[in-house]
Structures are given as structure tokens and as C-alpha cells.
Design a protein around this ligand. Structure first.
Ligand SMILES: *Cc1c(COP(=O)(O)O)cnc(C)c1O
Length: 383
């Protein structure tokens, strides 16, 4: 993250742009002729939005997506000119800036008149994607207001104030191995909604519904474009299939070095609350990353790699650090010495962020997205 500064990183996440390009390419081949929108919200799921966007476009994505217009504006500021959609707005959203910077605006209903007013002020037509809530119950227009929304959007289009480019929706249960019936129901309501929009004279050139789980498991959701998020980062959205099963390569690795190494006797209490006590005489390694860095406090027992060997988190993870029981002779000074390379998850260890997510009771999406700003992103260029 550009706002955080360190000279030589003491803890880092590496972002493997070859893996990212591979994932984009794999998805593009899989869904073609549908287009790929690379979703880079939340700083590219923690990977660095601008860098991810640049590689994604070079590797075959043709659209970019963010939640907020302010996120989209940062991509434009970085000189990225690809088609770009943002879909989550408030009464404070800068629609005027979005229109001036050629950012497509997802419209769920409440923002339509504000978008129209911003377009009049900017003296430029807004590019709009209407969103139908087919069953997630988050954003999007509920079916009972859909007809009115299309009618009003069509009037504004005829007045030259906006252009409806697409219609979209978002699935609730595409990641659920038993979720097919829910996807079917949402998809069929979506297709009806597109028909309604067309009856109002809207052409609906870009129909898009699929997130990562849908695009990977349901080819009937590809339509004109897919919105690929977690999959481009090489992570599986499914509980029962790994990234490898899907032909995807994890993009992020989290590394640091051992900060301290000391002997400990039987019964030694480790970290706050003594949630862990040494069962044998041993040595303890101190790993200088904690929940402020995005290492979840709840991930007790998660795997850790130190110079080729695997260990587990011992005791409570603190704000800045946690401890690993090396389970070695208390006089052994060669195992995991100060300075030894550590990986929490990533390429060297083969540990998946899924293992950390499971230990923490969350999902890989949250794990990578919450890596803190004290952890510099080191971008390994696409070769
Ligand atoms: C985040 C998001 C996506 C991407 O979801 P993944 O499961 O990460 O692929 C797609 N569409 C919308 C509307 C989103 O908010």
C-alpha cells in the first residue's frame, strides 16, 4: 500500500504476477466468448489494486470492477483506462467524478436521480448498469420496483442523460455444493428482468451475473461477462475444492523472519492468558507478525513454515507477534535461529491461506483482504 512506508521489508507479502496472469488467462479461456471483469475492490483483495489491475488487463481481462467509486477513481488516477464499474454507493458518492472519469455506475434504485443530476451537471451521459436483486437481499432493485426503475432509466436514456449499458445481479449461494437450485432461481428471475428492461427499449448489451464460484461451476451463468474476484487471486471459493483442483495458482505469500529464539522448560506459559504451556523442554521462536498485520487472533494452531519445516502457532496471537513451539532440544541453536525465513502461507511452504482461514474460522477472502498496511506488498513481476 502506497501510504505505508518501510525501507527493507521485515514482513512482507509477495504478489506473484505470473500466477495472477495465469489465473486470468485460465478464466478467460474457460468463459470465452464471455468477457472477464477483474474485481479489484478492497485494494485488490489486499494484493494491491493498481498493480493487479494492470496485470489483469495485460493478461486478458477487459473490464475492472470495484465496490466504491472512490476505488475506481484511484485506478483512473493511476492511468488505467479500461472499462470500469463500481456498484456500492451512498448519498456521499462522487457521481460527478465518476461520470467525468468514464466510470460505469451500478444502479440499484435509490441513486438513479442523483446519477442523472450529476450527468446533467457534468453535461455528459452517465453509463449505467441496472442491478436487480434476484435473491441476495443486499443491493439491487427488488422485483416489485424493477419495472418502474427500467421505465425511468429508459426515459433518462431517451433524454440523453444516461445510457444503460448492462443489467446485473449477484448470487447468494453459488459457492455452496448444494446451491444449484438457488442459482437456478436467481438466474431465471434475472433473465425475466432483462426481458423487462428490453420491453422498455433498453438494449442491455452487457449481461453479467457470475462471481468466481458461479463462473467456475455454472457455465450457464457466463452470459456476456463474468465478474471474477477471488479466483483471479488463485483462491478457491468452494469449501470442497482447492485452488489446485481448479487449475488456479495462489498469488499471495506472507513471509517474515524469526525475531527471537529461546529455551523454555516444561510448563512454561506462552503468550497472553497462557493458553499454551510447553509439554516438554523445548525452544520457542518468536514470529514478528500479529493481528495488526492481518494474522487473525483466532488462528491458534495454524501452520507455520520455518526454513523447510512445519510448525504450529502456540498460544494467543497478539497484535504484533506470535510464538511457535519448535519442539526441539532446548540446547538446539540450529533450528529456526534468529533470522530464519518464515512463511505463514504461500509458494515456498505450499501452505494455503485456506489453512489459516479455517484455523481462524473465516474464509480465504477475509484472510488476504485484511493483511495490514504494515506489511508491504512486494510485487514479483510477470515473466
Ligand atoms: C465482490 C464481488 C464480486 C466478486 O466475487 P468473487 O466471489 O470474489 O468472485 C462480483 N460481483 C460483485 C457485485 C461483488 O461485490
Amino acid at each position: 500500500m502506497a501510504t505505508c512506508w518501510t525501507s527493507e521489508p521485515e514482513r512482507w507479502v509477495t504478489i506473484d504476477h505470473s500466477a495472477l496472469a495465469h489465473n486470468i488467462h485460465t478464466i478467460a479461456q474457460w468463459v470465452k466468448p464471455a468477457q472477464v471483469m477483474a474485481v479489484v475492490k478492497a485494494d485488490g483483495y489486499g494484493h494491491g489494486a493498481v498493480e493487479v489491475a494492470q496485470t489483469a488487463i495485460a493478461a486478458g481481462a477487459t473490464w475492472l470492477g470495484t465496490a466504491h467509486i472512490t476505488e475506481a477513481l484511484k485506478l483512473r488516477e493511476a492511468g488505467i483506462t479500461a472499462p470500469l464499474l463500481a456498484w456500492l454507493h451512498t448519498i456521499k458518492t462522487p457521481f460527478h467524478a465518476a461520470i467525468e472519469h468514464n466510470i460505469d455506475i451500478g444502479v440499484s434504485g435509490p441513486e438513479l436521480e442523483a446519477v442523472a443530476q450529476a450527468a446533467r451537471n457534468a453535461d455528459l451521459p452517465a453509463r449505467v448498469h441496472l442491478k436487480i436483486d434476484t435473491g441476495l437481499s443486499r443491493n439491487g432493485a427488488v422485483p416489485e420496483i424493477w419495472d418502474d426503475l427500467c421505465k425511468r432509466a429508459s426515459e433518462l436514456q431517451q433524454a440523453g442523460i444516461l445510457r444503460v449499458v448492462g443489467v446485473f445481479t449477484h448470487f447468494a449461494n453459488a459457492d455452496d455444493p448444494d446451491g444449484d437450485a438457488d442459482v437456478d432461481a436467481q438466474l431465471s428471475l434475472y433473465h425475466e428482468s432483462v426481458e423487462t428492461a428490453r420491453k422498455h427499449g433498453l438494449t442491455v448489451d452487457v449481461r453479467h451475473v457470475a462471481n468466481s464460484p458461479a463462473l467456475l461451476s455454472r457455465p450457464d451463468t457466463h452470459l456476456d461477462m463474468v465478474r471474477a474476484g477471488v479466483a483471479i487471486y488463485g483462491l478457491s471459493p468452494f469449501p470442497d475444492r482447492t485452488a489446485e483442483d481448479l487449475g488456479l495458482r495462489p498469488v499471495m505469500s506472507f513471509g517474515t523472519t524469526v525475531a527471537n529464539n529461546k529455551p523454555a522448560d516444561v510448563g512454561t506459559g506462552v503468550s497472553y492468558g497462557y493458553a499454551y504451556r510447553c509439554e516438554l523442554p523445548t525452544r520457542l521462536a518468536l514470529i514478528p507478525a500479529g493481528y495488526a498485520d492481518g494474522v487473525p487472533r483466532t488462528a491458534v494452531g495454524a501452520p507455520v513454515w520455518i526454513e523447510g519445516k512445519f510448525y504450529r502457532v502456540a498460544g494467543t496471537i497478539a497484535m504484533d507477534q506470535f510464538v511457535v513451539d519448535l519442539q526441539t532440544d532446548r540446547n538446539d541453536v540450529t533450528t529456526a535461529p534468529v533470522g530464519a525465513e518464515v512463511e505463514l502461507f504461500g509458494e515456498k511452504s505450499g501452505i494455503s491461506s485456506d489453512a489459516w482461514a479455517i484455523a481462524a474460522g473465516t474464509i480465504n477472502y477475509e484472510l488476504v483482504t485484511r493483511i495490514g498496511c504494515r506489511v508491504p506488498r512486494v510485487h514479483k513481476q510477470w515473466v
